[in-house]
Design a protein around this ligand. Sequence first.
Ligand SMILES: Nc1ncnc2c1ncn2[C@@H]1O[C@H](COP(=O)(O)OP(=O)(O)OP(=O)(O)O)[C@@H](O)[C@H]1O
Length: 262
Amino acid sequence: MTNTLLEAKDLTMVYGTVVKTHALKGVSLNIEPGEFSSIIGYSGSGKTTLLNILGTLDRPTSGVLRLLGEDVTKMSDLQLANFRNRNLGFIFQFHHLLPEFTALENVLMPTWIRSRNGSLKLASRAKELLELVGLKDRINNKATALSGGQQQRVAIARALINEPQLILADEPTGNLDSETTEQVYELLRNINSTLNTAFVVVTHNDHIAAKSNRIIEMKDGLITKDYPAAGMDRDVLWNEIAPVYCRHCNREISTEGTVALL
Ligand SMILES: Nc1ncnc2c1ncn2[C@@H]1O[C@H](COP(=O)(O)OP(=O)(O)OP(=O)(O)O)[C@@H](O)[C@H]1O
């Protein structure tokens, strides 16, 4: 019995019936518990399509996706919705907070889907999470009274409330200035190391991607490169440890590409 968190095999995605777009052309990858991966690639290479399928928000045209050992491609829409709510967290570029609700209420929102009876335990967990993301003093502020970076922090706390093992994030800092981007990304890395939550993050920001454990590069609907990254410490001298063994491609690979990202 493997404890691999996510196993994707030969995923394809074709949009349209008359005019067809082959957005994914056979993508296979595994994600292990606690891993922090970034997906990078040119616009239109299939990053969001892949992320949405990995997060069960969309179904692939073909291929198999196993999450926590379960074949999710075989689940009904209702089963999928429950599975998602229990096991996955999402962070998007536009945080989709409910503007008239407070930070605390927004964080608690995913728990209302399961039960309307908000327990005291959940409320205190939501407060802890808001504290973790640095918003202890903003718990009762309405979403509209928070800055962009603060709103994204609320969205991150919301993604954590159901204690997911995997968080999928699509350009989580795409809407933020560079300083706030650094802070939010650092926060994601801290959550990753403190709670051992695995992350798969789509980003256009190579500098940010270099702080992951792993970079997955896409082109034309395929993964073209998959290699370890420097992680939090940007001062790591890759030349000293190159080449590295890539367990995903089962061979030693040069870290040349990674050096270019630093
Ligand atoms: N709902 C859709 N219907 C039809 N085609 C789509 C749809 N969504 C995406 N596509 C097409 O699929 C391909 C991959 O798109 P996708 O959004 O996954 O790329 P991306 O790498 O995330 O791009 P970006 O970096 O610009 O967000 C593109 O050619 C896009 O036009």
